[in-house]
Design a protein around this ligand. Structure first.
Ligand SMILES: [Zn+2]
Length: 470
């Protein structure tokens, strides 16, 4: 029984797993959907286009619809008068990189440059800076965004329709959009067909379909508003985000944590503001070679880490977005690890431990702090983890189980390890300032899908035509 409890606890504990799950369950993340009774949001990517964007602006004007344009910097540069017109006619302008390239194919510094360059172009035309960003194909990377998170709001969408293909035709496109025409929806369309994978004249079909949609929206009393207004409205909406059933699950969860802490006598790094808990235990897995060359064998002492779920839950509730959440967590970790290193050094028992140990669903983030990530054997632990997740998701969301099946590969628990020598070197005494430099990410040969479950999942969901938030 004790082992079972431990298993359950591990998987609900370390690093971004809980916030990841919470963001999925409660919808805290990059903005993709608003609320409201009569408002939806039209968003247009990839433009401006010299031919189609003026037609689109005319159409929007006729229906008094406000939209958000995520412009490609180089296109904006070529068509400044169109950017000016968007601005003058009350639309919101956001950034869609300088060239239409996926962030997976660019170094974080390059992405930064693309965004800054585009921001500058928009500013030079409209006199205003933008703080809205939509990455091409909705592919975002947690650590890319760490630096920008405070500055830019990441906007994805709740529905897209394949309008970049001409052969979809206006009729089918109309039908698809009308299916999604609901308050709160963020609809993704394209006013330029010259980007890779699109057809140059696809916007023609889009414009025909959009006119019919605007007509229908008008008759239903629905109005397209800018994404910034939708975000504002959502933030000001009364607290109705957490239905009672979900709150009950969270409460049980937190009670569960308290019991666990008592039962296993966890120490808290900073009792006044708990973030990390830990305990000394014996390692019981297979022999693993640590980053410093030492071997971790069965019976060796490790310090097992647990994140404070209540704290994470509070983070989740207060965060404006997943990015904001990640930043808070990273900052807290940066503050907490030196304290942990210090405490461990002072305590003769923990000083002899060989490594820090934890379990996570997040596969790269923790490396920034000096952790190494090791696969868990696909045994009972991994299987029960997935079972638990299934249970949890099915409790909190009716379609949770099917979502989980689709993204199961992103939710694989892994082991985190850091040799104590590395902890001391990086975080004890004067070592604490050194890791900041190492935090600057270097490109890795790993595909970035494995980056972090949460954002990868967001991206994967974003690529589907429309997915309910879990
Ligand atoms: Zn695009």
């Amino acid at each position: 029984m004790q082992t079972l409890l431990l298993w359950l606890f591990y998987i609900s504990s370390f690093y971004a797993f809980i916030p990841g799950l919470i963001t999925r369950i409660f919808g805290f993340r990059v903005f993709r959907r608003g609320s409201g009774e009569h408002e939806y949001a039209l968003t247009f990517d990839d433009g401006p286009d010299a031919h189609y964007t003026p037609l689109l602006l005319d159409l929007l004007k006729r229906y008094d619809a406000k939209a958000t344009f995520f412009v490609v910097g180089s296109h904006a540069e070529q068509n400044p008068e169109l950017v000016k017109r968007m601005h003058d006619e009350g639309h919101l302008i956001g950034i869609h990189n300088y060239v239409h390239k996926s962030n997976w194919l660019m170094r974080p510094a390059t992405v930064s440059k693309q965004i800054m360059k585009t921001d500058k172009i928009i500013h030079s035309i409209t006199g205003e800076r933008t703080s809205y960003y939509r990455p091409p194909w909705g592919i975002v990377n947690l650590f890319d965004l760490k630096k920008r998170g405070g500055k830019f709001k990441i906007v994805l969408w709740s529905a897209m329709f394949g309008d970049w293909r001409e052969r979809i035709g206006a009729d089918r496109l109309t039908e698809r959009i009308l299916n999604k025409l609901q308050p709160g929806e963020v609809l993704l369309l394209h006013d330029c067909g010259t980007t890779a994978g699109a057809n140059p004249d696809a916007p023609q079909q889009m414009l025909i379909a959009l006119e019919r949609v605007l007509e229908e929206a008008q008759s239903r009393g629905l109005k397209s508003i800018r994404v910034d207004e939708m975000i504002k409205a959502k933030e000001n909406a009364p607290e109705k985000k957490l239905p009672r059933s979900k709150l009950a699950v969270v409460k049980l969860w937190l009670i569960w944590e308290t019991i666990f802490h008592k039962a296993f006598r966890l120490k808290t790094v900073n009792p006044h503001d708990p973030l990390l808990h830990y305990r000394l235990r014996k390692y019981s897995g297979d022999t693993i070679e640590l980053d410093n060359g030492e071997l971790l064998r069965k019976g060796d002492k490790v310090v097992e880490l647990h994140f404070d779920n209540e704290r994470l839950f509070r983070f989740g509730i207060r965060s404006r977005s997943t990015v904001h959440l990640a930043i808070q967590m990273i900052r807290s970790m940066e503050k907490e690890l030196p304290t942990l290193a210090h405490q461990m050094m002072e305590n003769p028992a923990t000083r002899k431990a060989k490594a820090l140990y934890g379990v996570t669903m997040v596969n790269r983030g923790p490396q920034q702090f000096g952790f190494q990530i090791v696969d868990l054997k696909d045994g009972l632990f991994a299987r029960s983890t997935r079972l638990y997740l299934k249970f949890l998701l099915s409790v909190v969301h009716p379609s949770g189980q099917s979502r989980l099946k689709e993204h199961a590969q992103l939710l694989i628990p892994k082991m985190l390890l850091m040799p104590i020598s590395v902890l001391m070197e990086r975080y004890a005494e004067n070592g604490s300032h050194r890791h900041h430099q190492e935090m600057k990410r270097t490109r890795s040969d790993q595909p970035e899908t494995a980056d972090n479950g949460d954002l990868a999942l967001t991206a994967a969901q974003g690529l589907e035509s429309s997915t309910p938030a879990i």
